[in-house]
Design a protein around this ligand. Structure first.
Ligand SMILES: *Cc1c(COP(=O)(O)O)cnc(C)c1O
Length: 523
């Protein structure tokens, strides 16, 4: 009953594994590197020979050919199209990666980002010629402050982790301005945090003190109070947290942190669960990054760069980085100079990711405030639907309780089966699904974190759930081979990840030329 006609191994209709002459498998092409396909002595374009000119590089001229592969236009095109077809993308199917909010990127956003007034402008153009672009950044900034209930926003950080760094640098600047730079050197980070949080704190010179999570996956105000002291600069807390739970004591935690003279950095990567429902500023945060590429549908992963604006509380706003936009009557200008201010400086060369700003604002304006709230509600509903429909076959670390935007399972239900979380995830690939996030958060053993987002229809969720239930039934039936050998049907099977990490091959060496075919050699 539960079988969907799954073959037990890769192979033809007879079930026999068969090699092909080309190594391609039906329409799955074996793709060589560009350098292996192209020949250095040919070129896809017809250029005149370079005229003899006297070198003016003072002896730094290249003495050997650069070795670029030559390919014609169709050869180049096919190479890249075939590579692109190897990508799993949100445009090809449900992408359940937890904590990543892989939601649909509306095509309207793409059309807006391609308007010449946005796509063809240059960051060094005089401000008078890019008033519309500056107004767009300013409007987006207003929305971000509105949705978070905060006083300021730094638009320039280019990713969530970059935003963390910006927010923590603002906190450091505020602490130094108080003359406490030498004493407040510790940042509190809960065990369940994303790895970027402790990395950010350490990168800018803080030391990290871990705050243990409670048995229910949340952080208690008492544990934070116990860890606070005159040496603490800030706490970095994710809300909703990486276990998919809203921190119930977040207001109390904020109060305790402030009372101890420290700041509250909130990791806002999971904002998609609460947009239009809760304003983090009302909870007492001092700084929070917003991953536009998660919450506001700008492409990410292989699909595009991110953007991580940071909202700041009144207390931190004087320390915001340059440049920022100043609106004077109807005129917009960029304040580039930090002279005479307390600004922390500059996070990057220009104002940030213009293309992402256009897409995010397009998403906001097309949804409106009611639509954004609806998206959050649907994201939470979808996650709980997945969670509830799998709760009888998979185990949940914190009991059968509602979650926010992502459903978390552990590997207790796999104990004694000979199948691990990794095996289960690999078997999902054979079924055409990108695996969920696994082994994160670290506080849960064998974690499987599923974030379906609001993009999925009921039918899409039902097929996903049915697939995971079918896999779970195989686990119970002891069909170990379905898992430990998986993926059976992908172009690459199980990779030696340990060896790849320990002995990475970082240098490409040109392959030996192919042997001349025998018939031709005989001529
Ligand atoms: C994605 C994520 C980050 C980092 O954001 P990037 O844009 O990938 O740099 C930080 N914290 C959490 C909880 C995340 O999910």
């Amino acid at each position: 009953m539960h079988s969907r006609g799954r073959p037990t191994q890769a192979g033809d209709a007879t079930g026999i594994e068969r090699e092909t002459f080309t190594s391609n498998r039906a329409l799955q092409m074996e793709e060589a590197l560009l350098f292996e396909i192209g020949r250095t002595e040919t070129s896809g374009v017809d250029l005149d020979d370079v005229p003899d000119v006297a070198a003016r590089l003072g002896g730094l001229e290249r003495v050997e050919p650069i070795g670029l592969p030559g390919l014609s236009e169709p050869e180049t095109l096919r190479h890249y199209v075939r590579l692109s077809q190897k990508n799993y993308a949100i445009d090809s199917g449900l992408y359940p990666l937890g904590s990543c909010t892989m939601k649909h990127n509306p095509r309207l956003n793409e059309a807006m980002a391609r308007l010449p007034g946005f796509s063809d402008v240059h960051p060094l153009q005089p401000a008078s010629t890019v008033q519309g672009a500056l107004e767009l950044i300013d409007t987006l900034a207003d929305w971000l402050m509105e949705l978070t209930g905060t006083a300021a926003v730094a638009m320039s950080p280019k990713a969530g982790a970059h935003g963390e760094m910006c927010g923590m640098m603002a906190i450091r600047a505020a602490i130094e301005a108080r003359g406490e730079g030498a004493t407040r050197t510790v940042v509190l980070v809960p065990d369940s945090a994303h790895g970027t949080n402790p990395a950010t704190a350490a990168l800018i010179g803080f030391s990290v003190r871990a705050v243990p999570a409670r048995a229910d996956g949340t952080v208690s105000a008492q544990a934070v109070r116990d860890a606070l002291g005159p040496d603490v600069a800030a706490i970095m807390l994710t809300n909703p947290n990486t276990c998919g739970l809203f921190e119930p004591e977040v207001v109390e935690i904020a109060a305790a942190v402030h009372e101890a003279g420290a700041f509250f950095y909130c990791d806002g990567a999971n904002f998609n669960a609460i947009v239009g429902k809760v304003r983090p500023g009302d909870l007492g945060i001092d700084a929070m990054h917003i991953n536009l590429h998660k919450t506001f549908s700008t492409p990410h992963g292989g699909g595009g760069p991110g953007a991580g604006p940071v909202v700041l509380s009144e207390r931190l706003s004087p320390f915001a980085p340059v440049p920022f936009i100043r609106k004077d009557g109807g005129h917009f200008s960029l304040v580039e100079d930090r002279e005479g201010s307390q600004s922390l400086g500059r996070m990057c060369a220009f104002h940030g990711q213009m293309g992402m700003f256009v897409r995010a604002l397009s998403y906001m304006l097309s949804h409106g405030s009611d639509g954004m709230r609806q998206a959050s509600e649907d994201a939470v509903l979808n996650a709980n639907y997945v969670r509830a429909c799998l709760s009888d076959v998979m185990s949940q670390p914190f009991g059968n309780k509602p979650c926010m935007h992502e459903a978390l399972f552990d590997d207790a239900w796999l104990k004694g089966t000979g199948i691990t979380t990794l095996d289960f995830a690999k078997a999902m690939i054979d079924e055409g699904y990108h695996p969920m996030t696994i082994y994160f958060p670290l506080v849960v053993t064998g974690a499987m974190l599923i974030e379906p987002t609001e993009s999925e229809s009921r039918a899409s969720l039902d097929l996903f759930i049915a697939t995971l239930r079918d896999l779970a039934i195989s686990v119970r039936a002891g069909d170990v081979a379905r898992f430990t050998g998986a993926p059976h049907l992908a172009p690459r099977r199980r990779l030696d990840e340990t060896r790849a990490a320990r002995q990475p091959i970082l240098r490409w060496v040109p392959p030996q030329p192919l042997p001349v075919p025998v018939a031709q050699a005989a001529e």
